[in-house]
Write a new protein. Structure first.
Length: 112
């Protein structure tokens, strides 16, 4: 997981499984909003990957306005909207939630 400003964990899969994944949202050094899906296969690291949806600062500002939150509260607002409060999710469910978040961003006319 990269270091992001105001980062919020949306979901993590159970870390007792041989495959682990998570979704984190926050701001990068360029002040772009980043939604990051990380996937780690502890048995075969060749399958590890990270997918990022990067929303530039202006698009993030417009999204914050649509959601009626301050720009700095946007990661928290997305966390509250999509968070799963337990780690019972398996990696495929985490990946599906990532694509649900992408669909939400597209519906709100945020280009990803």
């Amino acid at each position: 997981m990269a270091d992001y400003a105001l980062a919020e964990v949306i979901v993590e899969s159970n870390d007792d499984l041989e495959i682990w994944s998570s979704i984190v949202v926050g701001f990068d050094d360029d002040k772009s909003l980043v939604v990051e899906l990380e996937y780690i296969n502890y048995d075969d690291h060749a399958e590890d990957y990270v997918h990022k949806a990067i929303i530039d600062k202006m698009a993030a500002f417009l999204l914050a306005q649509q959601l009626r939150v301050a720009l700095t509260d946007l990661p928290n607002a997305l966390q509250k909207r999509f968070a799963v409060n337990h780690n019972a999710y398996v990696p495929s469910q985490v990946k599906a939630l990532f694509y649900e978040i992408l669909a939400f961003l597209k519906e709100n006319r945020v280009v990803v």
